[in-house]
Write a protein that binds this ligand. Sequence first.
Ligand code: FAD
Ligand code: NAD
Length: 402
Amino acid sequence: SNKPKIVVLGAGYAGLTTTKRLTQKLLPEEAEIVLVNKHNYHYESTWLHEVAAGTINPNQARVMISDVVNPSRVRLIYDSVIEVKKDEQRVVLENSEITYDYLVFALGFESNDFGIKGMAEHAFAIEDIDSSRFISEHIEYQFAKYNNDKNATDDSLNILVGGAGFTGVEFVGELVEKVPELCKKYDIDRGKVRIINVEAAPSILPMFDKDLVDYAKQSLEDRGVEFRIGAPISECTPEGFIVGDDQELIKAGTVVWTGGVKGSSVLEKSGFELTKGKVNVDANLRLSGEENFFVLGDCSWVWNKEEDRPYPPTAQLATQEADVTANNLKALLTNRPLEEFVFKSKGTVASLGITDGIGSVFDDKKLRGKLAAAMKKVVDNRTLFLVGGMKLVLKKGKVRPF
Ligand code: FAD
Ligand code: NAD
């Protein structure tokens, strides 16, 4: 056909939301829409720390794409993107190729180890469903092994987490829920298991006000988390992290790196100019100078003019970028002016296990404890609602109303 072809790469928050909005805003004859994703499911990347700790089932965090996108409106291709050849308007996939008139690049994040020696080889990372499930299975295996293998040491029960940003802290928050359960299941004394979170900066969660940070730290310490603050990790060995000026080796049977993220490695492979592993986009979220090439979500570097720094990569940001991009694609197809992207923060909440959390919402109102935990579940359910409506909330939601 001679309809313009819009190709969306990635079915995370950015890509899936763009695709859904396009099906709502465009008539079928206005454009052909193609969605490319590695798997036939979308996953809630904001729930991956729970998958990694084993506090939720991986299936709760994933949704079949064909259940939330109409396959008769959108051509669905389940394949891995290898490279984008921008000059030829062509995308190379593992098993085929596809051309486009308009491209939305939304392949999301990958773990960033900043080149720390041994990290890629010896530490787990929370990146997608498979890598997160691998962590919970590995932890459980360490516990199962403990009473049955002469080579198992007390260190093998330790869980070491590198980086106390959102992901690291939310992950140890889940571990304090899971570890007692595993201890019971495998006849192990809880006192034998250490959960250690190492952070280079002088504080955990530096984006929150000090009183909230102090609350979070105390709450997690009370439940058995050890924090090592101001302790940069310089290397990861098969035994654990090497930390601090005195090069102390902290040993653990499970070592997880949560020290940061960058954009998809496909960006680099495609030869784009990158800023900290991401594409610096213009006010319409396009590659500068390109009419038809949008970069969204964790692959984009978007400047916050008010605070003179880039926006942190979040699901909230990715979803809002998608809404504007769908509008702008419609505008391009109908020769109307494009809108500029402006982020409207709805606040931030971090969970500290199932019934605790901290948050800063509604113009800096602070939340802590059960209220923050409840707010986090509301946010999680709202995200599900945006992906698949009330039906999905009832099926996979965090608080079951029935
Ligand atoms: P992603 O969600 O990473 O989606 C990318 C999609 O592309 C995936 O479907 C992936 O399978 C697919 N893909 C990747 N590579 C390829 C390829 N080569 N070929 C084909 N398909 C590919 N943000 C918040 O706002 N609130 C939170 O509470 C929150 N909690 C978080 C908790 C954790 C544990 C983590 C890790 C992140 C959290 N974030 C949170 C951040 C948020 O998850 C990300 O900012 C968001 O996922 C970015 O969305 P995205 O669509 O850009 O990418
Ligand atoms: P991050 O970059 O926010 O945090 C990484 C942490 O690791 C930092 O505190 C950093 O100082 C530390 N670190 C880095 N190198 C280190 C080293 N060598 N030794 C010790 N510590 C080191 O990364 P993240 O937590 O993965 O979060 C990624 C993005 O996802 C963020 O933008 C965040 O806002 C978002 N996110 C949001 C939520 C939420 O809203 N609840 C949850 C998870 C992630």
